[in-house]
Design a protein around this ligand. Structure first.
Ligand SMILES: [Zn+2]
Length: 261
């Protein structure tokens, strides 16, 4: 396909894209704001329908709507486009700081995470239609409502859909223009609890076992994981001990380990 032709069509659609972006950014739809999330779905469904996609909504009382939209082509590959409907912002944020365009940047709650991603999926289909390109088996656009919570509900639904796909494109906006990210770090959060043997430190401290000391040994050891490429450790919080005069019987810490491959 001719890249210049694709860019020219995208450029032609850009003013319309900005109008849709403004409309979406000005809708509050924080995670678990099921009414707000439904407003976004109500905006998208007719537009997806107009592109010949078949929208389908699954509902969860706590998390709201999970929207998918499919279209079939004449080729082989199944391609998944993932973007999310929720933002991290509470109701009222859109009224306080609505969409604003100061070229080359656009501002407003969730503008890049993930409003522009939602629209990039939709407009990718628009561009393909204008090109008359149908050499795909199936396009599946997925819009989940609980991404900012770690996808506690939709994660399972997405995994099932991903099994049917040849390619999955996550439409989250990148940090820099024209950046194509092929992997992100995975994060594991740990809470470590250490139990010692509390005892009066003035009488027979050797009979006690200090939980703080043991925790420190463990944390220093975890920190050495950073010697491996692609591993980052964040020792985030620490607490423990009872009071002066007592060998600490308890200590705990929260850590975060990020692994990128
Ligand atoms: Zn996001």
């Amino acid at each position: 396909m001719d890249a210049r032709k694709i860019a020219a069509i995208a450029q032609e659609l850009y003013p319309e894209f900005l109008l849709d972006l403004e409309a979406l950014v000005n809708m509050d739809s924080g995670s678990e704001d099921v009414e707000g999330l439904q407003t976004v779905v109500d905006y998208l469904v007719p537009r997806l329908g107009a592109l010949g996609l078949t929208p389908e909504v699954e509902w969860h009382d706590q998390y709201g709507p999970f929207l998918t939209a499919r279209t079939r082509g004449s080729g082989e590959a199944t391609i998944l486009f993932l973007s999310h409907l929720d933002t991290v912002w509470p109701r009222g944020t859109a009224a306080k700081r609505p969409f604003e365009l100061k070229e080359p940047f656009a501002y407003g709650p969730g503008v890049n995470d993930c409003r522009s991603g939602i629209l990039c999926a939709l407009y990718a289909v628009k561009v393909l239609q204008k090109l008359g390109f149908q050499n795909y088996g199936q396009l599946i656009l997925v819009f989940n409502p609980d991404e900012e919570l770690g996808a506690p509900w939709s994660g399972r639904l997405i995994t099932e859909l991903a099994r049917t796909a040849d390619v999955a494109l996550v439409m989250e906006g990148p940090t820099f223009p024209d950046e194509f990210i092929i992997s992100r770090a995975g994060t594991m959060n740990y809470t470590m609890e250490v139990t010692g043997r509390p005892i009066h430190s003035g009488v027979a401290p050797e009979d006690g076992r200090n939980a703080i000391l043991e925790l420190l040994h463990k944390l220093l050891k975890i920190q050495t994981l950073e010697q491996h490429d692609g591993i980052k450790v964040n020792l985030a919080t620490i607490s423990g001990g009872e009071k002066q005069g007592i060998v600490a019987g308890h200590a705990s810490a929260d850590d975060q380990v990020q692994i990128s491959v």
